[in-house]
Design a protein around this ligand. Structure first.
Ligand code: FES
Length: 379
């Protein structure tokens, strides 16, 4: 289970028991590190994000109930000096297993420790190159690519490990950067208009869901900044105009990166620019799921599929009962089964699949605009 987040665990049961469960437990997102917000709030949000990610992974561990659990697919290693601050280098010795509590990229040791504290001893430490030999439920042998003593050394001396890794990969990074488009100073408004306006026109539901103009600031290496407005309500891409005020959502991205994705006709800015964490952003109010869906779907086929998906996503005919509330069975976000993933606390419902929250009294989504939930207090 890497990006796979099954919403229907009962279907998995039909395959019989699971012997070895490999799952993602660490972060794979840019939130909240690239957000322009006060340091204290950023730290708090990051702490929540880190813990929530591991809690979700543990809830999958419980539900899948495999004999062995291998924390895998993470954490990423940020090797570019510019991004090096993103690594969790907080561990100092075997006693301080927690790493940096405000870093969203915990490592295997941290997660295995959390499993243990919660009474599960079935966790196995794998590093790249580890071979596990299983016969059904039986673990026959576990072989690491380096001597046992060096395995823990990776986690205890992470800075040295990352330094060596970065040195080995330096030429690869350099070669990749050399492929980026040149910052030739030609304004980007025209190219962005040509790229985005047809997509906006083809996605009424998504454009309405975004609901406001979004600012895109593109900074060139000479220090100049071009600002372009993605005006979703008007379905146009334009220059800033009087009365715009502060954009409710804004992005600041290096112009050379925008030129690169435009040159490559990149259909998905989320998996390129955003996941690279090479940008900053700000927002007033909640996260806007529709906006990132838009940036993921920059071709006719993709946007048609996504717009259609949203229009069918409101099937809330089935209900479930949670703590004295009757709520729709399927999560309004990505349809998780709320009888399994829903947690009620006071008047708030949290879906543990992605941590989205709703106010039960009004049905309002507290995490993203739109996505109302049907809920009724049972007497
Ligand atoms: S499915 Fe994503 S929060 Fe419920």
């Amino acid at each position: 289970m890497n990006d796979a987040r099954p919403v229907d665990m009962d279907v998995l049961d039909e395959f019989g028991g699971v012997d070895v469960h490999l799952l993602q437990y660490s972060g794979a997102i840019w939130y909240p590190m690239v957000y322009d917000m006060p340091k204290g709030s950023k730290r708090r949000f990051a702490e929540q994000k880190r813990q929530r990610g591991m809690d979700r992974a543990r809830s999958y561990v419980d539900q899948v109930a495999g004999t062995w659990v291998v924390p895998s697919a993470g954490p990423p290693a940020f090797l570019d000096p510019e991004l090096r601050y993103l690594n969790d280098e907080g561990r100092v010795d075997r006693e301080t297993l927690g790493g940096d509590p405000s870093n969203i990229f915990p490592d295997q040791i941290t997660f295995l420790d959390q499993m243990k504290r919660n009474g599960n001893d079935g966790g196995l430490l794998f590093i790249p190159g580890t071979v596990g030999d299983f016969k059904g439920k039986e673990l026959v042998a576990l072989t690491h690519p380096v001597p046992e003593a060096e395995v823990m050394d990776i986690f205890e001396n992470k800075t040295a490990y990352l330094d060596a890794f970065a040195a080995r990969q330096a030429s690869v990074l350099e070669a990749e950067k050399a492929t980026w488009a040149e910052d030739d100073g030609v304004p980007l408004l025209g190219a962005l208009k040509a790229k985005f306006e047809p997509i906006m026109a083809a996605s009424p539901l998504i454009s309405e869901g975004i609901g406001y103009p979004v600012g895109l600031e593109m900074a060139s290496s000479d220090g100049s900044v071009e600002t372009v407005v993605l005006d979703f309500p008007a379905r146009t891409v334009r220059e800033p105009q009087e009365g715009d005020g502060k954009y409710r959502y804004g992005f600041r991205i290096a112009a050379e990166l925008v030129r690169t994705v435009l040159r490559d006709d990149e259909p998905d800015w989320v998996n390129t620019i955003f996941l690279s964490t090479r940008f900053t952003t700000w927002r007033i109010g909640g996260y806007n799921e529709f906006l990132y869906t838009f940036f993921k779907c920059l071709t006719d086929e993709r946007i048609a599929y996504a717009d259609g998906w949203f229009s069918e996503a409101h099937d809330d005919t089935a209900s479930t009962e949670l703590d004295g509330w009757e709520v729709q069975r399927r999560c309004p976000h990505l349809k998780a089964d709320l009888s399994k993933f829903g947690v009620v606390d006071g008047g708030k419902l949290t879906c543990n699949l992605h941590g989205w929250q709703w106010d039960l009294e009004s049905g309002r989504c507290l995490t993203s605009s739109g996505h109302e939930l049907r809920a009724k207090k049972l007497t």
